[in-house]
Write a protein that binds this ligand. Structure first.
Ligand code: NAD
Ligand code: LMR
Length: 324
């Protein structure tokens, strides 16, 4: 049977994340090894040459599944018939900055992109916002796409989730693949809450294996501030790990997963998070949709940290009220 070609848009195609992300997508890591794809690469005019060069290298890689590449600075071409969009193109932060400091510069990118997605993308469009501050940029894009169901807009917190799995596996000296039921609640910011309350490794409860001091004073801040740590050590913000996590997110959203993951999705009011905020929840994916893991009991420590994230995202929302 011939598979339909899927169109995948990537913004910021000349940037450092795209330089990893595009090779994973072209390899078939999002839709799978049976699905041919076309790439739609969006850049700003000044960086179009860079994106053209990236397209040349993609062609030189002779990926069997890659059927066509469009390079453009026009939103209507970039999102024409798009099935999956990675909104990466935005300024990264430098040393000493918080991601929310980027809101004034980056926020205005996402309204026009949301509107173009609304007007030109395919009915099954799924949008993953990576550009920072990702949760609030995704909120802006979602608001601009009035005819697209809200749940087709996600922000990336899978990198935070993967960081938490890796840090925990290393601490315990155990395989991170055996860790289940871990979540990073909230905002992709230093306030995020990597939560081990329900986590298991093999047949063990993680909470029985770690001490509270390490959890609160080392693990949570280490994961929450890992982006800044990478910038400090590498001199530039994370790129390949961000690309890899973006592929993990989109792959699981489309293909499904019963293993808990963290996706920042529009809140339905679960766990006291105001409706509509793009918030990292414990999720599984079924039938092409994320579902929030429900029925979890929250203790006071969890409630406080979840509320802090909701308050921070409400403040970011208020700061971009003119863009909504
Ligand atoms: P980069 O500066 O290397 O590349 C960004 C690219 O986006 C540039 O080529 C730029 O020309 C382009 N761009 C800017 N405005 C655009 C627009 N309106 N339309 C299309 N393209 C546009 O940056 P990077 O390292 O690739 O990071 C991109 C973004 O991703 C940053 O905001 C960064 O903070 C963020 N990020 C998020 C996560 C996450 O976990 N959510 C992780 C890593 C990085
Ligand atoms: C990350 O978490 O690595 C990215 O959001 C980049 C950053 O600014 O920290």
């Amino acid at each position: 049977m011939t598979q339909t070609v899927k169109k995948i848009a990537v913004t910021g195609a000349a940037g450092q994340i795209a330089y990893s992300l595009l090779w994973r997508i072209a390899n078939g890591d999002v839709y799978g090894k049976d699905t041919p794809i076309e790439l739609q690469l969006l850049e700003i005019p000044v960086a179009l040459g860079g994106a053209e060069g990236v397209a040349m290298e993609l062609n030189d890689s002779a990926f069997p599944l890659l059927k066509n590449i469009v390079v453009t600075d026009k939103l209507e071409e970039a999102f024409d018939g798009t099935n999956a969009a990675f909104l990466v193109g935005a300024m990264p932060r430098g040393k000493g900055q918080e991601r929310s400091d980027l809101l004034a510069a980056n926020g205005k990118i996402f309204g026009p992109q949301g509107k173009a997605i609304n007007d030109h993308a395919a009915d099954d469009i799924r949008v993953l916002v990576v550009g920072n501050p990702a949760n609030t940029n995704a909120l802006i894009a979602m608001h601009a796409a009035k005819d697209v169901p809200n749940d087709r807009f996600n922000a990336m917190m899978r990198l935070d989730h993967n960081r938490a799995l890796s840090q925990l596996g290393e601490k315990l000296g155990r395989d991170k693949n055996d860790i289940n039921d871990l979540v990073v609640w909230g905002n992709h910011s230093a306030t995020q809450f990597p939560d081990l309350t329900y986590a298991t490794i093999g047949s063990d409860s993680v909470m029985d294996l770690i001490d509270h001091h390490w959890y609160v004073d080392e693990f949570i801040p280490r994961v929450a501030k890992r982006g800044a740590e990478i910038i400090e050590v590498r001199g530039k913000s994370s790129a390949a790990s961000a690309a890899s996590s973006a592929v993990d997110h989109m792959h699981d959203w489309i293909n499904g997963t019963e293993r808990w993951s963290t996706a920042a999705i529009p809140s339905d009011g679960s766990y006291g998070v105001p409706e509509g905020l793009l918030f990292g929840f414990p999720t599984v994916a079924r039938g092409g949709e994320w579902q929030i893991v429900d029925g979890l009991e929250l203790n006071d420590f969890q409630k406080k940290r979840i509320a802090a994230n909701a308050a921070e995202l409400a403040d970011e929302k208020a700061a971009v009220a003119d863009l909504l």
